[in-house]
Design a protein around this ligand. Structure first.
Ligand code: ATP
Ligand code: MG
Ligand code: MG
Ligand code: MG
Length: 352
């Protein structure tokens, strides 16, 4: 009998559409000849309002690639489709908050059904850039100078805010990057070069998240490494991203032709090995499992490698960096999806 794979996609975050594209690519890989005799796909689509759709509706979103918002949805968002009880293994491919951050992973843990990817701790630590950086620092991984602030500080009385900006200016200087701590796809991120831009960016970031991080800007090449495995994970070859825009912002990420991926990145062997090593250390530092894409800055002039972030549910479309890195490393897309499901079944989730 076939293993029933609950493909969970869509979701409440700003990366809803990316999730649909990732799910389509994964469904396609599960239907490939070597997988179709092993796995049966059960699609579950989470609407933007959080309502779960199974069966034909989910199948239709998967087939068309277009988001839907069923107005007749039950007001009880916690009513799971009955089909959810027949899933043997979950494959959540949700990006951003309420999907990549440990919330869904907590729910699936409570269901006591195995799932692909990191558990609650790894997902939450990987999503929150402040918690993530604390874990990286503890592991001895070099990173840019940064400062963590809260929405309450940004929206505080007018005596506190100028002092906060003074501190950021003297500690980090310009340009610096202002980011909501729990997002992806560069949503809410600004590169700022003046006091006026800093104030506006902090206010904007505070509208996305209670937690905000400000980082010193670095001039560097952007390289990424894919990790696959549980307790003995493997690192892929390194990929590089180039673009002409000011930084790798949302538009550059999702407009065809604005960014180029180079696999493998042209790097000295020692640097490539160092990046792979750091990727594995980062994976362990946040307690990731299954898969992750680790992003780095390579400062060519000094030979320095700084870790930027880890993404525990990276973009998974056919042209995304994660599957492409594995493709080049000798793991074709259908095999990658098969390996991830096997890793989910093998994973040691017992923490007692
Ligand atoms: P992802 O879609 O990879 O999850 P994200 O939303 O988590 O992205 P980051 O990777 O932190 O965001 O930053 C997005 C981009 O902003 C980087 O790829 C880089 O181009 C630029 N950037 C971020 N931080 C810095 C920095 N400290 N110095 C220079 N550039 C930076
Ligand atoms: Mg990210
Ligand atoms: Mg992300
Ligand atoms: Mg990134």
């Amino acid at each position: 009998t076939k293993l029933r794979v609950g493909l969970l996609f869509g979701g409440r975050s700003g990366e809803h559409e990316v999730s649909i594209s990732s799910a389509r690519a994964i469904a396609n890989a599960l239907s490939a000849e070597q997988n179709s005799s092993k796995y049966e796909i059960l699609p579950f689509y989470i609407q933007k309002d959080g309502f779960w759709q199974a069966g034909e509706v989910a199948q239709q979103v998967l087939a068309s690639g277009a988001a839907i918002q069923n107005p007749a949805a039950s007001p009880n968002l916690w009513q799971f489709p009955p089909a959810a009880q027949t899933v043997d293994v979950w494959f959540p491919i949700l990006h951003g908050p309420n999907g990549e951050d440990g919330t869904i992973q907590g729910l699936l843990s409570l269901m006591q059904v195995p799932f692909v990817g990191s558990g609650v701790l790894g997902s939450a630590t990987g999503m929150d850039k402040i918690g993530m950086k604390v874990a990286f620092a503890q592991a001895g991984l070099p990173q840019v100078k940064y400062k963590a602030v809260t929405r309450a500080q940004v929206w505080s009385n007018p005596c506190v805010f100028p002092k906060l900006c003074d501190e950021i200016e003297s500690d980090l200087g310009y340009p610096c990057f202002v980011k909501p701590a729990n997002l992806g796809s560069s949503v809410g991120i600004a590169k700022v070069r003046s006091r006026q831009e800093l104030e506006a960016a902090l206010d904007n970031a505070a509208s996305y998240d209670r937690r905000i991080i400000i980082e010193a800007g670095v001039v560097a090449r952007e390289v990424e490494c894919a990790v696959l495995g549980n307790d003995q994970p493997q690192a892929s070859v390194i990929g590089e991203i180039t673009y002409k825009s000011d930084f790798y912002d949302y538009e550059t990420k999702y407009t065809a032709g604005l960014a180029d991926l180079f696999i493998p990145a042209v790097l000295p062997d020692a640097i490539a090995h160092q990046i792979q090593d750091m990727a594995l250390q980062a994976f362990a530092a946040v307690d990731a499992a299954g898969l992750a894409r680790v992003d780095f800055f390579y400062v060519e002039s000094t030979g320095e490698v700084l870790i930027n972030e880890i993404n525990t549910l990276p973009g998974f479309t056919a042209t995304s960096m994660y599957p492409q890195l594995w493709g080049y490393s000798g793991v074709p897309f259908p095999e990658l999806v098969d390996r991830l499901i096997q890793l989910a079944l093998e994973r040691d989730t017992v923490t007692e």
